[in-house]
Design a protein around this ligand. Structure first.
Ligand code: NAD
Length: 484
């Protein structure tokens, strides 16, 4: 067995060893493969001090100079794409091919997109001849941004926050998830190799309740951008409210798909296979409730179950594997508990773990694998239909009318995204307008454009991320008025 990678914090441009460590497991084998710093208040204080010291120099640079720094990082990251894809897969459990075509290229895109876009949007001006004044607006950085990210899309979601925060002139202290810290650590080396100014980016590794909490409550961190569970988001909102911090919360979902009987069924099923089971169902946007119009229900269920049964599960390094393991043992146990809840609540498990036996190589026997699971026969109020499971489980249920399905889809505490399948464009628009969600896709899923606002309503989120939204979040506007 290889020796575990030992990770250091990245503070003031240098790697700083930490005394205590947390074991991080390879989800496909269950073996320890990395040792993560178990940072606390002292490490966070040091990182915030370094970020504060670097703020003046970084915020005074022109947006173009900041962009040049980010673009250099993007180029180096891209040149190491394969190395990063393999590490992301090993750390998180997703197939290498998925990290190779989605995660890491999107990290590069995050850096390039915000480097190119933000300079065009930073400041505005107008002349009012009647009042004889020139007004202009400055969008000013706010200081040290605290960034907290989850384990499902580790480097992708970190860079989605990092790039706009930096381009707006802030310095940063980031805390990646303790479950998946390796690619963020490798990214620190990229920053060093790109001669990125010391102290502008600091990364402190560790647990949420220690390192994370020290960061979000730090008096010198005026803004916090968080992606993770609704439970943690609620805690962060409560802890930071008395400090009047600016807050962006991207949280959980219970996303629905609505399948009308006039849809292109083949394409719909191919999309729903991806939306339900990609990354083992561990994307915040994954579909976990599928409403199918009654005339199509039986046929849909047969075809969709057949597709799910064919999904290849196995070691993430295998190029034919569609689904790797889940991220951790406790998470797998939680997801499996939902299958028991479904049975208790009267549901039928049509395919999935407990129904079929997995055939895995010996070294993967202790990995955290399960099969794509389809459940039907549940009431809308059952736990599987209401609570975020965050695994490869999707519940299918019939509906009669458009009006009925809109009410039923909206009947959860969440509102992150939804998808609608129909060949009737007018209906696609109509339903999209009535669904309570931050994004509604029609005849597709997870098509992202960084210029488009991303975020959730209800318990799924507070605020949006995009070129414009992130710019507004990571800056404060100041109006300057001059008499001419
Ligand atoms: P989590 O809330 O357990 O952890 C997220 C991050 O918060 C981690 O870095 C963790 O260490 C940190 N954290 C935990 N407790 C903290 C505290 N007290 N103070 C400060 N930081 C703390 O979430 P997770 O299990 O890592 O991620 C899965 C969740 O993330 C799911 O609910 C999923 O829907 C959600 N998610 C949402 C989006 C989105 O864009 N809406 C995207 C990805 C994931």
């Amino acid at each position: 067995m290889d020796e575990p990678i030992v990770i250091n914090n990245f503070i003031g441009g240098v790697m700083v060893p930490c005394q205590d460590h947390i074991d991080s497991h390879d989800p496909s084998t269950g073996l320890v493969w990395a040792k993560i710093p178990d940072s606390g208040q002292a490490e966070v204080d040091a990182a915030v001090n370094a970020a504060q010291a670097a703020f003046e120099g970084w915020s005074c640079k022109s947006a173009q100079t900041r962009a040049n720094h980010l673009l250099k990082v993007a180029d180096i990251l891209e040149s190491r794409l394969e190395e990063f894809a393999v590490a992301e897969s090993r750390d998180q459990g997703k197939p290498v091919w998925l990290a190779r075509i989605i995660d890491i290229p999107r990290c590069v895109l995050n850096l390039r997109h915000f480097a190119h876009a933000i300079p065009h949007h930073l400041n505005t001006s107008n002349v009012n001849p009647e009042m004889g004044v020139v007004n202009y607006t400055l969008r000013e950085p706010q200081g040290v941004a605290g960034l907290i990210s989850p384990w499902n899309l580790p480097l992708y979601l970190l860079t989605f926050k990092l790039a706009p925060a930096l381009m707006c002139g802030n310095t940063v202290v980031a805390k990646p998830s303790e479950m998946t810290s390796v690619t963020a650590y490798m990214f620190c080396k990229v920053l060093q190799d790109a001669d990125f100014p010391a102290g502008v980016v600091n990364i402190v590794f560790g647990r949420g309740p220690s390192a994370g909490q020290a960061l979000i409550t730090h008096p010198q961190v005026p803004l916090v951008s968080f992606t993770g569970s609704t439970l943690t988001g609620k805690f962060i909102a409560q802890a930071t409210a008395p400090m009047f911090k600016k807050l962006s919360l991207e949280m959980g979902g219970k996303n629905a798909a609505v399948v009308f009987d006039d849809c292109d069924m083949e394409s719909c099923i191919a999309t729903l296979k991806r939306s339900s089971f990609i990354n083992s169902g561990q994307v915040c946007l994954c579909t976990s409730r599928i409403f199918v119009q009654k005339s199509l229900f039986k046929d849909f269920l047969e075809k969709f179950t057949a597709v799910a049964r064919e999904v290849k599960i196995g070691p993430p390094s295998d190029k034919d594997v569609f689904m790797g393991p889940l991220n951790s043992k406790p998470h797998l146990e939680k997801v499996l508990r939902y299958i028991s809840y479904a049975v208790e609540d009267g549901g039928q498990v049509l395919c999935g773990h407990g129904v079929e036996i997995l055939d895995l190589p010996p070294q993967n026997k202790e990995g955290y694998f399960m099969r794509p699971t389809i459940i039907t026969g549940l009431s809308d109020k059952s736990r599987c239909m209401q609570e975020e499971i965050f695994g490869p489980i999707t519940c299918v249920t019939p509906f009669d009318t458009e009006e009925e399905v809109i009410t039923r889809v909206n009947d959860t505490p969440y509102g992150l995204c939804a998808s609608v399948f129909t060949s009737n464009l007018a209906r696609g628009h109509r339903v999209a307008h009535k669904l309570k969600a931050g994004t509604v896709w029609t005849n597709c899923w997870l098509v992202r454009d960084l210029d488009m606002p991303f975020g959730g309503v209800k318990k799924s989120g507070l605020g949006r991320e995009s070129t414009q939204d992130s710019l507004e979040f990571y800056t404060e506007a100041k109006t300057v008025c001059i008499k001419i």
